[in-house]
Design a binder for this molecule. Structure first.
Ligand SMILES: Cc1cc2nc3c(=O)[nH]c(=O)nc-3n(C[C@H](O)[C@H](O)[C@H](O)COP(=O)(O)OP(=O)(O)OC[C@H]3O[C@@H](n4cnc5c(N)ncnc54)[C@H](O)[C@@H]3O)c2cc1C
Length: 397
């Protein structure tokens, strides 16, 4: 991290713009042209991920020792936003992957890092598998429990959603360990994604159709005790900054919707009075509102990213920012939804028919239920605000 603070100035706009420029060829030549096909066919965006890996963007937060770009959370924010502008499916797969890699980088043992991190730069893909139907959006509370079997664990779990399910090369799987009766226990295993006991069900959803975020079953998957991440569950769940990467994708979706809307309204002319859609004040007002909100959100995104990078540089835990990242998550996902609705509105009937506007409108809904769902987030933020306990494992009397 010292690298970022000394070689790059994370406070400089030129540094950030430079990263955007560096991403442009992959965005324009690979990810953007694939977006419509991915949405139509539900094809997993492997080609996009490999293109990102080739240039090191899939290892954006990893140190150079592991082939990473070492660009920290500022680098992640820029990359995820750029991808989100053109394809939310690829953006979410990317952000979950960077978060999973970061879980090993920040909390893994040296042996785990040596086993899992070097292959990432070659294209190895990771993700988090956490949510269970039994406890829904209370993602910190799993009922599944890995059983101890000699030096190994046997993993049996029904996960309700897992981005890159059936596609990932490694999963960071959250479950309880049988050693503990404690309900608060949640542990993380690094699991080989090619194990025969892992079965993915199809993902059929309104949007982000290339995501493969369907149910995932782990049946008698044998995991060595060496693959248990040696950190507390809440450190891993809240301490990787993974949600900030997802937020950047939603920021990108909002910007992508605005870009598409501006392009449409400036090019579309009503020939009766020879006025473009952009000549109507009501349309300009709506677009301006989206732009103003995006500018505010981006400043907050970069501020949080810089704080995370500073904490990393000092080798401090990232947990103190988890609550603010949750607030930012609500704002980012609701802004993507708002921007996509405005874009559809100003594009009229052409916004409603099959195409970029309706794709973004469907994609933009995806962030709202993702953990922490916006209802759960508001509930927790409100409780913290008035000094009430979160009651994560025990209901209040
Ligand atoms: C596109 C997508 C990708 C995903 N990717 C992953 C992934 O990679 N890994 C993973 O582990 N999971 C993933 N998930 C799951 C996601 O993170 C949530 O955990 C899950 O969608 C919420 O669970 P549920 O559907 O059972 O909702 P429920 O918990 O049943 O919630 C239903 C409704 O009740 C509200 N609600 C629930 N509890 C409370 C409460 N205590 N207070 C107030 N309101 C409440 C919710 O906000 C929601 O509106 C993904 C989901 C989506 C949509």
């Amino acid at each position: 991290m010292a690298n970022i603070l000394t070689n790059h100035n994370i406070y400089s706009r030129a540094f950030i713009e430079n990263m955007r420029e560096k991403m442009k060829p992959i965005i324009e030549k690979v990810i953007k042209p694939n977006a419509e096909m991915i949405d139509k066919t539900g094809k997993f965006p492997r080609e996009n991920l490999l293109a990102l890996a080739k240039e090191g963007w899939n290892s954006v937060t990893l140190p150079e020792k592991w082939g990473g770009l070492d660009l920290g959370y500022v680098g992640l924010s820029v990359a995820a936003e750029e991808i989100g502008k053109v394809d939310a499916s690829t953006g979410l797969v990317y952000a979950m992957h960077v978060g999973a890699a970061q879980a090993i980088n920040l909390f893994g043992s040296e042996t785990q890092k040596e086993r899992w991190l070097p292959q990432i730069r070659q294209g190895s893909l990771g993700t988090f598998s956490i949510s269970e139907k039994a406890t829904g959006g209370h993602v910190w509370y799993n009922l599944s429990q890995a059983e101890r079997d000699g030096d190994d664990y046997l993993l049996n779990a029904e996960k309700s959603f897992t981005t890159s399910g059936g596609q990932a090369d490694f999963y960071i799987v959250q479950t309880r360990t049988a050693d503990s009766e404690d309900k608060q226990d949640h542990s993380y295993f690094i699991v080989d994604g090619h194990d025969k006991g892992i079965v993915a069900k199809p993902w059929k959803a309104l949007g982000v159709r290339g995501n493969h975020s369907g149910p995932l079953t782990f049946k008698n998957v044998r995991v060595s005790h060496n693959d248990l991440i040696p950190a507390s569950g809440s450190d891993v769940l809240n301490g990787t900054g993974a949600v900030l990467g997802l937020n950047a994708v939603w920021l990108g979706v909002a910007q992508g919707a605005l870009d598409a809307a501006v392009s449409h309204v400036t090019k579309t002319v009503h020939r009766d009075f020879n006025k473009s859609l952009a000549d109507y004040q009501v349309i300009r007002q709506k677009l301006a509102e989206v732009k103003i909100r995006i500018t505010g959100l981006r400043a907050w995104q970069l501020d949080l990213a810089r704080h995370l990078d500073e904490l990393r540089a000092l080798n401090e835990p990232l947990l103190p920012l988890a609550s603010e990242i949750k607030e930012h998550k609500v704002q980012a996902t609701e802004l993507a939804d708002f921007a996509a609705r405005v874009a559809m509105d100003v594009a009229g009937g052409f916004g409603y028919i099959e195409g970029v506007f309706e794709r973004m409108y469907r994609d933009a809904r995806g962030g709202i239920p993702m953990a922490p769902s916006n209802n759960v987030a508001r509930e927790q933020i409100g409780k913290e605000l008035v000094g009430l306990p979160l009651e994560l494992w025990e209901e209040g009397k």
